[in-house]
Write a protein that binds this ligand. Structure first.
Ligand code: E4P
Length: 218
């Protein structure tokens, strides 16, 4: 499974990219606004740091302007992936952009039927939001299973499932067990993946014993 990092914070992206674990980045208008920086400047910097897909979302809601915004954002760097919302205008825009060779991430997906439409529109990625479904008392991961089954039923559907709105390390594990193609992970959750209390305890015990031995490797 590919790991994308879900942030527009350039310092976080640089720090996490150094681990070698970051295959791509997703941003959205809220994350860009939170960064307090100019969208195009931030996008350029992120694309320089991470060679994989970097999602940049349009903010127009009609097809014509979505297309114009998408084309402008796609000019920023070859690894920009245009993010469009899962509306009819977004799907139309997806079709035009992917036909021209631009990668598209269809976002704000909350149902299996929506994911089917995204795939039929030629989306490179579809982003189902698991956390926001969980917030409503629903089971976000059930949606990922449904989409996996549908896409696997039809070889012609090659859209990648990009699990979004991940809130916990358990979400990530479930996404991997289901066989999602990509997870976009908030930096804090990504950092937690390596943590285990028994790892910390075991390391402390090994180092204490090593110190008692009086030896050094270097
Ligand atoms: C990513 O593409 C989404 O915009 C993001 O994962 C949404 O996460 P949230 O529901 O925690 O805002």
């Amino acid at each position: 499974m590919k790991f994308f990092v879900d942030t527009a914070d350039v310092d976080e992206i640089r720090d996490l990219a150094a681990t070698g674990m970051v295959d791509g980045v997703t941003t959205n208008p809220s994350l860009v606004a939170k960064s307090g920086r100019d969208f195009i400047d931030v996008l350029k910097e992120i694309c320089d740091i991470v060679p994989g897909p970097v999602s940049a979302e349009v903010t127009a809601t009609d097809h014509e302007n979505m297309l114009a915004e998408g084309r402008k954002l796609a000019e920023v760097a070859p690894n920009v992936t245009i993010k469009v919302p899962l509306t009819w205008d977004g799907l139309k825009t997806c079709r035009v952009l992917t036909s021209a060779g631009t990668q598209v991430n269809v976002t704000l997906c909350f149902s299996a039927n929506q994911a089917l439409l995204a795939a039929k529109a030629g989306a490179t990625f579809v982003s189902p939001f698991v956390g926001r479904l969980d917030d409503l008392g629903l089971e976000g991961m059930e949606l990922i299973s449904e989409i996996r089954t549908i896409y696997d039923n039809y070889a012609a559907l090659d859209t990648q499932i990009l699990v979004a709105s991940i809130r916990s390390t358990n979400h990530l594990k479930q996404a991997a067990l289901i066989g999602a193609d990509v997870s976009t992970i908030p930096p804090a959750v990504l950092r937690k993946l390596a943590h285990h209390t028994l790892t910390d305890q075991g390391l402390a015990a090994f180092l204490a014993d090593w110190q008692k031995s009086g030896q050094a490797i270097l």
